[in-house]
Design a protein around this ligand. Structure first.
Ligand code: F6P
Length: 550
């Protein structure tokens, strides 16, 4: 029993029933499941918005899905979901509401936090962003010397970088190609150097994105960018107002940094960093794709929000994906989850999901502070196909680990491809379908022998199959579809955190490293002694100084 009166998760009847069911199913192959049910392919599918989701290649039966839904019901997933949408403070360790869903609500929606409807304020900021984005895009917003802005450099890290950077790549075909966009996050000076070395300061706008406006990497990079700008423009401090805007919840710190509050786009503490890209944090993206496309993106998010909020459990896609992850992580010892988009434009998609998923559900205490006795968030990884096929797919196919994977593909290449390049899309997608087929059904020793393979090579060329995959198929990677995909994963992560009884919306685990970096820095810069520094770190710092000062 937990302190909040809940029975320990792994001792609930629903959990125990799933364990027993797993044992019953043990040894059942996907080949057998497909043979037993001719309607499985095409039948085990759901649709949400423009996304067609095939989950037939999972090691599940109708019973598995029923038992998983029972687990969700018993762990209060639906109550927590409703509390989130109602604006309750479900992020208990930070005492905050969790309302990224309000960021994409339509203008006439009502979402209350502490009795106040936040939707008008959300749209007021979106309107200001749109007016600013239009001015930059049209050339009406000029730099200090009167030249138009041609370069936009977003400076931020984590949730203040990954969303806009990922979406900029994803929606490149929709961007204003005459503008250059760069995304700087790393405190390694090389990042800012490479991003600015070929830019003209007179034509460059810096978008400083930081919810707290205290993040050391961002403030350091923004300070260096300011120096670079002033050096390039003859040192006139007035230039900052034309070349720096801030996206933040912290007006005091923004002003303290020297950015005019007129040039600040606000958001709120009920928007978590990794859930913030629909807020003012999306400004760089909005400049790139324009306000209308940005709205399409938000509408895509909203569509899936509504689906998650209202669809019955049997057809609720984020619920299904969350529960499938629990099936493998908690009942089959899977440690990781691969996300494999077959779209070059989604090259940063998995990196974005890493923060979303791993910062949210990389927890080992329950909401009441007790240790969890079960696995929580998986390691999320992956890169676009077909590149991964020639790198790490070998391990997924024939290694010793169970790695559930999501395959995301599109029927149409992004608008703009024609001729031979467009024709290549069928080849890309032939690989997409071939991989999930090979992973699911493998190749038996007899099938290998039938190809005339010598007996000594048969074990090497046998694929045991049974590797579970979800296939997500959409017609085209539009702004709306991108929003739908991200919201799908946001709510999947939510479902899992709810079942595991963890707070998916705090991130205390990143604090310790930050604090220690501040403590150790004087040892590097001044050779100062850091009280309590362990002998390994002390010796490493000494070696670093020796190498540096050689
Ligand atoms: O990595 C920790 C974190 O707090 C993330 O949650 C957040 O997205 C990132 O740092 C950046 O924070 P900020 O937007 O306040 O600069």
């Amino acid at each position: 029993m937990n302190a909040d009166g809940r029975t320990r998760l792994d001792q609930t009847p629903e959990w125990t029933a799933l364990s027993a069911h797993r044992d019953d199913l043990d040894g059942t192959s996907l080949r057998e499941l497909f043979a037993a049910d001719p309607g499985r392919g095409g039948g085990y599918t759901l649709t949400v918005g423009d996304l067609y989701v095939d989950y037939s290649k999972h090691l599940v039966t109708d019973d598995t899905l029923r038992l998983l839904r029972a687990l969700a019901a018993a762990t209060g997933v639906f109550e927590l979901r409703d509390a989130m949408f109602r604006g309750e403070r479900i992020n208990t360790t930070e005492d905050r509401a969790v309302l990224h869903t309000a960021l994409r609500a339509p203008r006439d929606a009502v979402v209350e936090v502490d009795g106040e409807n936040v939707v008008p304020a959300v749209h007021a900021v979106l309107d200001r962003m749109a007016a600013f984005a239009d001015r930059v895009r049209s050339g009406a917003w000029t730099g200090h010397t009167g030249r138009r802005i041609r370069n936009v450099v977003n400076i931020g890290i984590g949730g203040s970088d990954l969303g806009p950077a990922m979406a900029y790549e994803a929606l490149r075909a929709y961007t204003a190609r005459e503008l250059t966009f760069r995304f700087v996050s790393n405190v390694d000076g090389a990042d800012l150097h490479e991003a600015t070395r070929d830019l003209d300061p007179a034509e460059t706008l810096f978008v400083v994105a930081s919810k707290t406006f205290t993040t050391i990497e961002t403030i350091t990079n923004a300070t260096s960018a300011r120096a670079w700008l002033l050096e390039g423009l003859g040192g006139d401090e007035k230039a900052v107002a034309r070349h720096f805007v801030a996206l933040s919840t912290n007006e005091e710190k923004v002003t303290g940094f020297g950015i005019d509050p007129e040039n600040m786009f606000a958001f709120w503490d009920w928007v978590g960093g990794r859930y913030s890209f629909d807020s003012a944090i999306g400004l760089s993206l909005m400049i790139a794709v324009g306000p209308d496309r940005f709205r399409e993106l938000l509408d895509g998010f909203h569509l899936v929000d509504e689906h998650f909020r209202t669809a019955p459990a049997e057809s609720n896609v984020p619920l299904l994906l969350g529960l499938l992850g629990i099936w493998y992580g908690n009942f089959h010892d899977a440690q990781s989850h691969a996300v494999l988009p077959y779209s070059h434009y989604l090259s940063r998609f998995t990196a974005y999901l890493q923060q979303l998923d791993m910062e949210s559900n990389g927890k080992s205490v329950q909401r009441d502070g007790r240790a969890v006795q079960w696995q929580t968030g998986p390691v999320v990884w992956g890169t676009p196909g077909t590149n991964g096929q020639h790198a790490y797919y070998q391990l997924i196919h024939q290694g010793t680990k169970l790695i559930p994977a999501d395959f995301i593909g599109f029927a149409e290449p992004v608008a703009g491809l024609s001729g031979e390049l467009k024709a290549q899309h069928d080849l890309l997608m032939a690989n997409f379908f071939a991989q999930t087929q090979a992973l699911a059904f493998g190749k038996t020793p007899d099938e290998v022998r039938a190809e005339g393979v010598s007996e000594d090579l048969v074990p090497h060329k046998t694929f045991k199959g049974g590797h579970p995959t979800t296939t997500v198929l959409a017609r085209e990677l539009t702004p709306s579809v991108l929003g739908q995909l991200i919201a799908l994963y946001e709510h999947k992560v939510f479902v899992q955190g709810a079942v595991w009884n963890i707070d998916s919306f705090d991130q205390w685990g990143v604090e310790l490293g930050k604090v220690l970096a501040k403590r150790v820095e004087p040892a590097l810069t001044e050779g100062a002694e850091v009280p309590g520094l362990d002998t390994s770190s002390t010796a490493l710092v000494a070696k670093y100084r020796e190498l540096r000062d050689r």
